[in-house]
Ligand binder design. Structure first.
Ligand code: ADP
Length: 546
C-alpha cells in the first residue's frame, strides 16, 4: 500500500517566460494598434502583427551580430514602439535589455554603461547629441540608431530600420533560457551613493506583470487604451509594457512630448482608458486643463472614465480631489526600481465600500495595501517589528519574488538588506489596521526638530491643498536651538502669493501642531525635478543650505 506521503504535484513544470507574452500578442491580437508620437508630433501606427514581426527581426538581427546569452544591450530611447520592440526583442535573443536614463549627465550614463558592461546600444537619432558626449567615455561595440525623426542615419552607425528590413527572421528561434535568466536591468537613481544595477528575470517579470494587471490595480482589459507617461527608461515604465503586450491592448506612446499641453492634445487624438505617471506631471496636467477651462473653453476634454495610476512619489490628496472633480479617479502606487516596481496600491477595499467620500480620498492619498506576493513589515531602529496601528512608524521593509535580493556586482550589505532576507527600502512608514501603508518620508528627508520627527510629505500635501499653491517641497535646515527646522519651498499659482501667516493658519487648520509649521517660506519659480520627474530635494538643500 502506498503511503499518503507519496503524493507529488501532477502539474507541468513550465518555465515562466516573457516570450510567451510576445507570442500571444502576435497570435491573438494581430490587429490591435501601437501608436507612437514622433518628434514632429505626428502619429505613427503599427499593428501587433507588425510589432511581432519587427521584434523577431530585432532578435534575429542581434543574434546575427553575435549577441551571446546574457550580453547587455543598452537602450537610450523615449517611449515609442521601437523601445517596446527592444523590451521583447533583446531578451528573445538571449540578451539583457539595459535601459539608460536619458536625463542623467553624460558622465553618469557612461559610468552606468561601464558598470553594466553594455555591448551594444540602441539609441534614438534625436539623442545622438547626448551620445556624442558619451562616446569618448564609454565605447559600445555597435551603435544602432533608430531614425525616430525620419532623418538619414549618419553612415558611421547602423540604421535600425534598414537593419530590421534586411534581416530574415523566418527561422527565428528563442534563445534557450530558464525562468531565472535575466531579461532586463535598470539602475537606481543613486541619490545616495553610486547608482546600483537591479536585474529582473523572466520569472520576476511575469509574476509582477500578472499581479499588477489584476482588477483594482491596472485592471487590464482587452478594450483598454494605455498611455504610459512614465518613462520606459525608468523601472521599465512600471512594467506596463509587459502587461499591455500580455493582454494585447492598444498602446499610445507620447514620444518626447511630455509637456502638459502635448499630453492633453494627445489625449484628444487617442483618448486613453488608463494612464500612468508621476504626481509632478499630473499636477502640471490638471493646472493646464483647469486654466484652459476658463481661458480656452472647449480646447481639451479629459477622457471620461480614464483610470490613472500615479506613484513614484507621494500623491497629494488635493491632486486626487482635483482629478475626481473631472471624473478621473487616481490610484496611487508605491514602489521602487528594486521592487519591479509595484508593491502597494491604494484602492477601495470592501470595508470602504460605504465609507464617506472624505475617507476614500484620505485612503487614496496613502500608498495603499501590499499587492499579492509582497510581504511587508515596519521595523524600528532597534530592528523590532512595529504594530500595524497607523501610529507606529519605522523603516518599511519588503520581500517577494519580484523584489531584488542584491545589486549587480555589489556585495550584499546590511544597510540595504536585512540578515533574514528583506529589502530595506529607506522609506519611513506606518501601516494601519486595514493594511494601508502611509509613507511619512524617506529616511534622508525626515526633519528632526527638538527631538521630534516632522513629516515633510505631510506638510507638502497640506500646503498643496491650499488654493494659492501649485507646488510645495519641504526640506530641513539646520537650527541652533531645534537642531533642524522645516523650510517650505513653494510655487504660487498664477496671480497668487499667499502670505506666510495665511499658510501657517492653513496648516494649523489642517491639524498640524504649532511647532511643526515651517517658520520660513521660499517662493521659487518651480521645484527642481530629478531625472525621473520627482521633486529633487537634494538640489533644494543645495539652494537653501541654511
Ligand atoms: P528614485 O526616486 O530614487 O529615482 P525609485 O523610482 O526607485 O528611484 O524611487 C523609489 C522611491 O520613490 C521610494 O523609495 C519612495 O521614497 C518613493 N516613492 C515611490 N512611490 C511613492 C509613493 N506612492 N508615496 C511616497 N513615496 C513614493
Amino acid at each position: 500500500m502506498k503511503s499518503s506521503a507519496d503524493v507529488s504535484s501532477t502539474m507541468m513544470k513550465v518555465d515562466l517566460s516573457i516570450n510567451h507574452f510576445l507570442d500571444r500578442a502576435g497570435t491573438l491580437f494581430p490587429t490591435n494598434e501601437i501608436v507612437s508620437r514622433l518628434p514632429d508630433k505626428s502619429l505613427v501606427k503599427h499593428t501587433y502583427a507588425q510589432f511581432y514581426e519587427r521584434t523577431r527581426s530585432l532578435a534575429q538581427g542581434l543574434k546575427d551580430l553575435g549577441l551571446k546569452k546574457g550580453d547587455r544591450v543598452a537602450t537610450l530611447c523615449w517611449n515609442h514602439h521601437a523601445h517596446l520592440e527592444s523590451y521583447f526583442g533583446i531578451p528573445a535573443a538571449g540578451g539583457v535589455m539595459h535601459t539608460l536614463n536619458l536625463r542623467l549627465s553624460p558622465d553618469e550614463i557612461a559610468w552606468i554603461a561601464n558598470d553594466a558592461q553594455d555591448r551594444f546600444l540602441i539609441i534614438d537619432d534625436i539623442l545622438l547629441p547626448l551620445y556624442r558626449q558619451i562616446e569618448h567615455k564609454y565605447k559600445f561595440e555597435k551603435v544602432i540608431v533608430f531614425p525616430f525623426s525620419g532623418a538619414q542615419v549618419p553612415a558611421e552607425f547602423m540604421d535600425y530600420e534598414s537593419w530590421l528590413a534586411s534581416t530574415d527572421s523566418s527561422h527565428f528561434e528563442y534563445a534557450p533560457h530558464s525562468e531565472d535568466d535575466p531579461v532586463s536591468m535598470c539602475y537606481t537613481s543613486g541619490t545616495t551613493g553610486r547608482p546600483k544595477g537591479v536585474v529582473y528575470s523572466h520569472r520576476s517579470t511575469v509574476l509582477h506583470t500578472l499581479v499588477a494587471s489584476l482588477g483594482d490595480f491596472w485592471s487590464l482589459r482587452g478594450t483598454d487604451v494605455v498611455l504610459p507617461v512614465t518613462p520606459m527608461f525608468h523601472a521599465n515604465s512600471w512594467g506596463i509594457p509587459y502587461g499591455a503586450v500580455m493582454m494585447g491592448v492598444k498602446m499610445v506612446f507620447p514620444g518626447p512630448h511630455l509637456h502638459p499641453d502635448d499630453l492633453l492634445d494627445l489625449m484628444q487624438l487617442e483618448p486613453p482608458t488608463l494612464s500612468l505617471g508621476v504626481p509632478t506631471i499630473w499636477m502640471g496636467l490638471i493646472q493646464a486643463y483647469e486654466a484652459a477651462l476658463t481661458q480656452q473653453p472647449g480646447r481639451w476634454k479629459l477622457p471620461a472614465g480614464m483610470r490613472s495610476l500615479v506613484g513614484g512619489a507621494a500623491v497629494p490628496e488635493a491632486l486626487i480631489r482635483a482629478f475626481d472633480k473631472h471624473g478621473i479617479w487616481i490610484l496611487q502606487g508605491w514602489g521602487m526600481t528594486e521592487t519591479s516596481p509595484v508593491c502597494t496600491i491604494s484602492y477601495p477595499k470592501a470595508e470602504l465600500r460605504d465609507a464617506p467620500l472624505d475617507e476614500r480620498y484620505r485612503r487614496a492619498a496613502m500608498a495603499g495595501i501590499p499587492v499579492p506576493l509582497v510581504d511587508l513589515r515596519i521595523r524600528n531602529d532597534e530592528g523590532q517589528d512595529q504594530a500595524w496601528d497607523g501610529q507606529h512608524v519605522g523603516e518599511l521593509q519588503v520581500r517577494g519574488p519580484f523584489i531584488t535580493g542584491s545589486y549587480h556586482h555589489v556585495p550584499v550589505s546590511e544597510d540595504k538588506f536585512t540578515g533574514d532576507g528583506w529589502l530595506r527600502t529607506g522609506d519611513v512608514a506606518s501601516v494601519d489596521t486595514m493594511g494601508f501603508v502611509r509613507i511619512t518620508d524617506r529616511t534622508k528627508d525626515l526633519i528632526k526638530s527638538g527631538g521630534e520627527w516632522i513629516s515633510s510629505v505631510d506638510l507638502e500635501n497640506a500646503l498643496m491643498a491650499h488654493p494659492g499653491i501649485a507646488e510645495a517641497a519641504v526640506i530641513a535646515i539646520p537650527d541652533e536651538k531645534w537642531s533642524e527646522r522645516p523650510l517650505a519651498c513653494v510655487v504660487a499659482k498664477p496671480g497668487q502669493k499667499p502670505q506666510a501667516e495665511e499658510l501657517a493658519a492653513h496648516l494649523l487648520k489642517m491639524g498640524f501642531a504649532k511647532w511643526q509649521v515651517p517658520d520660513r517660506y521660499e517662493w521659487i519659480a518651480s521645484v527642481p525635478r530629478t531625472s525621473t520627474g520627482k521633486f529633487y530635494k537634494l538640489k533644494l538643500r543645495e539652494m537653501f543650505p541654511k
